[in-house]
Design a binder for this molecule. Structure first.
Ligand code: 5GP
Length: 115
């Protein structure tokens, strides 16, 4: 699968504000944050979109969510709450074709917009 800028961040070839890393998952702050906490959680293996997740990768996707849980706790936003979002393809406004989970919080969020 084609690499994106996230592969370079995963290999530490490009700078990023990394907040979590383990063998399978990396998380770093979004370069254009939409809230006081805006972290992208990515699998180290290249998966382009949600459409490309294989059944055997279910545990990996769970590890991304557990990483989000840990980061939310470290950022002090667990109790107030936060949002986890994965955009997919054109209608979902996906811009980077390396699967990523947005962790967004630190302020009151509003209802999901359909626009
Ligand atoms: P998408 O629209 O694909 O769900 O979200 C891609 C996200 O990646 C955007 O929120 C964008 O700000 C972020 N992003 C794009 N390029 C970079 C980069 O080079 N570094 C970081 N930290 N975030 C990036």
């Amino acid at each position: 699968m084609a690499e994106t800028i996230f592969s370079k961040i995963i290999r530490h070839e490009l700078p990023a504000d990394i907040v979590y890393e383990d063998d399978e998952v990396l998380a770093f702050r979004d370069i254009n944050p939409q809230a006081p906490v805006h972290v992208l959680i990515v699998p180290k293996v290249v998966i382009a979109t949600v459409n490309d997740i294989q059944p055997g990768q279910a545990e990996l996707i769970g590890k991304m969510v557990l990483a989000a849980q840990k980061i939310a706790a470290a950022e002090g936003i667990s109790d107030d709450g936060f949002r986890l979002v994965i955009n997919c393809n054109q209608h979902g406004c996906q811009e980077v074709f390396h699967l990523h989970l947005h962790l967004i919080g630190g302020r009151q969020l509003h209802g999901l917009s359909a626009s």
